[in-house]
Design a protein around this ligand. Structure first.
Ligand code: BGC
Length: 470
C-alpha cells in the first residue's frame, strides 16, 4: 500500500465513522423501547413516536445537509452532525421525562440524515477514481457495523445489568439500562468529532470556492503530484463548462442535461428500499416466528441476518472497483428477486389450520430465502447505491442532488416499514414477498437498460459523459 493510499484510506475511515453512528443511532432504540414504555407510562402511539421521530428529523436533515454543505463545506456539516450525535446521546441518557427523550432523539436524527448523505459524498470527492467505489463502500460497511454493534451493546448492557459485578452495580447498569444503551454512543460521537479535525476539506469543494492552492495540496497527498495537477485541471474545466449555466439550484436538477443521471439516481433510490430491506431488518424476528420456529431461535436467526450483511458488504468492497458497479447491481438484483420468489413460495405452500394457525411449513426455506436476500442486497443495492449517488452528479450541484435522491430513499424506507405489518395482516407473507420480488424484477430490467458502468473514471470524466454532452 502506498503512502497516498494509506492516507486516503485513513481519511475515508474517519469520515465513514458517520455511517457507524448513523447505523448505531437508528437501531439502538430497538433495545430501549421495552423499558421506556413502563417507566414513562407510554401508550403505543407514544412508543411508536419515540422510535419513528428520528426518521422524521433525519429526512428533514437530508434536505438541508446537501445545500448547507455546498455553501459552507462538507467538513463543517459533518462536525455539526458529530456534535448533534454527542448531545443527543447524553441528553437522551439523562432525560427526566418522555418529552426530553423524544426531543433528544430528534436532535440525533438531524445528525443521522446529515451523516448519511454527506459522508459518502465527501469520500467520493477526495478518493482517487480507481479506489472510489471501495472507499465509499466503507461507509455502508460502517452503517452495517453500527447496526450490529448497537444490538450487541444493548445485549451486553442488559446482561451486565443483571450480573453481580460490583462495578456494574456501581454504574447502575441494571437500573439505568436503557439510559446506558443510549448514552454509550457519546463515546464514538466524540471520537468522530475529534477525528474530523484531522481530515482536510473536500478538494472539489475547495476548487468551487476558488481555493485551488489548498485543493492542490490535498489532491497531491491523495494521488501524487502528477495526478493532482491532472485532477485539478479537470475539476476547473468542468466548473467552467458549467459556469454558463445558472447558479446551482434545485431547478437545475430538472434540466434536460441531468435527465439520465437523475433517472438513475431516483430509480436506484426507490429500488434500494422498495425491495424490502428494512422490513427484513427491523422485523426479522417476527418473520422468522411466522415460519413456526420459537422466539429464541427467531432472535438467533436475526443475528445471522446481521452477520451475513456484514460479510457480503466486505465482499462488495473487494469487488466494486474490479468488477464494477453494473455487474454487482445486476447479479445482486437477480439474487434478490429469486430469494423473494423463494420466500413467497415457502409461505404459499405452508399449511394453515381452520383458525389460521400454522400446521406445517418449511422454515429452513424461509431462513435460506431471507439470508440470500440479505446477501443479494449487501453485495449490490446496499453499497452500490451510495457509490452511484456520490459519483453520478456534477460537482456544482452534487450536494443538492444527493439531498434529493436521499430524501426519496428515506421516504420510501419510511413507507415500506410502516405498511409492512399491515401487508402481512391483509395480504399474508406470500403475497407481500411476491410484491417485493416483482419490484426487484422491474428494477432489474430498468437497471440493465439505463445504468452505464462508472468504475475507474474520474468524477469529471463521468460528468462530461453523462451530463454535459447530453
Ligand atoms: C440503507 C438502509 C439499510 C441498510 C442495511 C443502507 O444502505 O440505506 O436503509 O437499513 O443499508 O444494511
Amino acid at each position: 500500500m502506498t503512502a497516498s493510499v494509506r492516507y486516503t484510506a485513513r481519511v475515508a475511515l474517519i469520515v465513514a465513522l458517520g455511517g457507524f453512528l448513523m447505523g448505531f443511532d437508528a437501531s439502538v432504540i430497538s433495545g430501549v423501547v421495552s423499558f421506556i414504555g413502563p417507566e414513562f407510562g407510554l401508550n403505543n402511539l407514544q412508543l411508536g413516536w419515540a422510535v419513528a421521530s428520528l426518521t422524521l428529523t433525519s429526512t428533514i436533515a437530508m434536505m438541508l445537509a446537501g445545500p448547507l454543505s455546498d455553501r459552507f463545506g462538507r467538513r463543517p456539516v459533518l462536525k455539526g452532525a458529530a456534535i448533534l450525535f454527542t448531545v443527543s446521546a447524553v441528553a437522551s441518557a439523562i432525560a427526566p421525562d418522555y418529552a426530553t427523550l423524544v426531543t433528544a432523539r430528534m436532535l440525533g436524527g438531524f445528525g443521522v440524515g446529515a451523516a448519511l448523505i454527506i459522508a459518502p459524498m465527501y469520500i467520493a470527492e477526495i478518493a482517487p477514481a480507481a479506489l472510489r467505489g471501495r472507499m465509499v463502500s466503507l461507509n455502508q460497511l460502517n452503517i452495517v457495523i453500527g447496526i450490529s454493534v448497537a444490538y450487541f451493546s444493548n445485549f451486553l448492557i442488559l446482561y451486565l445489568g443483571q450480573s453481580e459485578f460490583a462495578w456494574a452495580r456501581s454504574l447502575h447498569l441494571g437500573e439505568w439500562n436503557w439510559r446506558w444503551m443510549l448514552g454509550v454512543e457519546a463515546l464514538p460521537a466524540i471520537v468522530y468529532f475529534l477525528g474530523l479535525f484531522s481530515v482536510p476539506e473536500s478538494p472539489r469543494w475547495l476548487v468551487m470556492r476558488g481555493k485551488s492552492e489548498q485543493a492542490l495540496a490535498i489532491l497531491q497527498r491523495v494521488g501524487g503530484r502528477i495526478q493532482a495537477e491532472k485532477d485539478l485541471g479537470a475539476v476547473r474545466k468542468s466548473l467552467q463548462a458549467e459556469a454558463s449555466l445558472n447558479k446551482g439550484s434545485v431547478r437545475e436538477l430538472f434540466v434536460p442535461a441531468m435527465r439520465l443521471v437523475l433517472t438513475i439516481g431516483v430509480v436506484v433510490a426507490i429500488l434500494q428500499q422498495i425491495t424490502g430491506i428494512n422490513s427484513v431488518f427491523f422485523y426479522a424476528p417476527m418473520i422468522f416466528e411466522q415460519s413456526g420456529i420459537g422466539t429464541d431461535a427467531a432472535f438467533m436467526q436475526a443475528v445471522m441476518v446481521g452477520i451475513v450483511n456484514l460479510l457480503v458488504t466486505i465482499v462488495a468492497i473487494l469487488l466494486i472497483d474490479r468488477l464494477g458497479r453494473r455487474p454487482l447491481l445486476i447479479s445482486g438484483l437477480v439474487i434478490i428477486a429469486s430469494s423473494m420468489l423463494l420466500l413467497a413460495y415457502s409461505f404459499a405452500t405452508a399449511q394453515y389450520g381452520p383458525g389460521g394457525e400454522l400446521i406445517e411449513m418449511n422454515s429452513t426455506l424461509v431462513l435460506v430465502g431471507i439470508l440470500s436476500f440479505v446477501a443479494g442486497f449487501g453485495v449490490s443495492l446496499g453499497p452500490v447505491m451510495w457509490v452511484l449517488f456520490s459519483e453520478l452528479f456534477p460537482n456544482r450541484i452534487r450536494g443538492i442532488a444527493i439531498s434529493f435522491v436521499g430524501l426519496i430513499n428515506s421516504s420510501i424506507s419510511f413507507i415500506v416499514q410502516l405498511v409492512f405489518p399491515w401487508e402481512l395482516d391483509n395480504f399474508g407473507p406470500a403475497v407481500t414477498f411476491l410484491i417485493y420480488g416483482s419490484f426487484a424484477i422491474i428494477g432489474l430490467v430498468l437497471i440493465v437498460r439505463i445504468l452505464p458502468e462508472t468504475k475507474g473514471r474520474s468524477l469529471e470524466e463521468l460528468q462530461a459523459e453523462l451530463v454535459i454532452s447530453r
